[in-house]
Design a binder for this molecule. Structure first.
Ligand code: ZN
Length: 297
């Protein structure tokens, strides 16, 4: 349900993304990257300059992460995982693990502390359980870690790196796995947070320095904060857009929460009521995030 926008919430970029998603802070450049999945765009916000530039790609992109080497980005795209040259928008394919599923595309993705890139897929036709979660190792090999996923979203790790959190949006649940950092393997799945009974679906997610989860709520007008140890809701940041898609900490002190939103599927009346939908928002919620991890390959 719509509430007044949170005090202190700032509209950083007012570009009406169709499906803004996947913010990631690069402290080396002082830039926040995020994608517009359906438009195949990577937006790059410069903290110092306060300006945003856009890299237009030739196909949809579900997530982007910077490389540890500094040489460009890695993207989880419509038909596979690619190296991206930000200067030329040229793509170099790394892997297409679902070349047999032309109706699928990659969605959300994120790197672990060891530089593995985790990214999942979904059916563009809404087919249930057609997606999967993949892990791209720094050596370039790819393996399937989970299957039977419908809308792969919301990755994050506990501060000690021993727990991975994961969202398959239509389940309205946040799952946790024991995480083996040395092998990148998942075990002992359990549910730690449930949004059942709410109108919204959990989408993207980040973990703060205290180990609490910040969850973007699609059709929920907010980002909510949860304790994964107790399942308790700790608070929320109200956003003046229904389709809140993801969030990440950034800024020079790591204390700014960046929030992406979408306009996709909103009719003319809804868009009129949500003139800032599709924008990038920012707030200082009083807690810091964890450092961003890069793709190690
Ligand atoms: Zn998402």
């Amino acid at each position: 349900m719509r509430k007044e926008a949170e005090a202190g919430l700032e509209l950083v970029w007012d570009g009406r993304a169709l499906l803004g998603e996947g913010p990631v802070w690069d402290e080396r450049t002082g830039e926040l990257l995020w994608v517009d999945i359906l438009n195949g765009r990577v937006h790059v916000y410069s903290w110092r300059a306060g300006t945003t530039r856009t890299v237009q790609l030739d196909r949809p992109i579900g997530a982007v992460v910077p490389r540890a080497s500094g040489a460009g980005w890695v993207g989880a795209m419509r038909d596979g995982l690619y190296l991206i040259d930000p200067d030329t928008a040229a793509l170099t394919r790394l892997a297409s693990p679902e070349s047999d599923k032309p109706d699928n595309r990659f969605n959300d993705g994120k790197c672990d502390d060891q530089g593995r890139f985790w990214a999942g897929t979904m059916s563009m036709r809404g087919e249930q359980g057609a997606g999967a979660l993949y892990c791209l190792e720094p050596n370039g090999s790819v393996r399937k870690a989970l299957e039977g996923v419908t809308v792969s979203n919301g990755l994050g790790w506990s501060p000690d790196g021993r727990t991975m959190y994961y969202i398959d949006s239509p389940t309205r649940q946040i799952a946790a796995f024991d995480y083996d950092p040395a092998r990148g393997e998942l075990s002992r799945r359990r549910i730690v947070v449930s949004l059942e009974g709410s109108d919204s679906q959990p989408d993207g997610m980040t973990v703060d320095a205290e180990g609490m989860l910040w969850v973007a709520e699609w059709d929920g007008w907010q980002v909510s904060r949860w304790n994964p140890l107790t399942g308790e809701k700790l608070g929320a940041v109200a956003v003046p857009a229904a389709r809140v898609t993801s969030c990440a900490f950034g800024g020079p002190q790591g204390d700014e929460l960046y929030i992406t939103t979408a306009t996709v599927g909103l009719g003319p009346e809804a868009l009129e009521r949500q003139p800032q939908a599709g924008g990038l928002f920012r707030i200082k919620p009083g807690v810091q995030g964890r450092p961003t991890h890069w793709y190690g390959g």
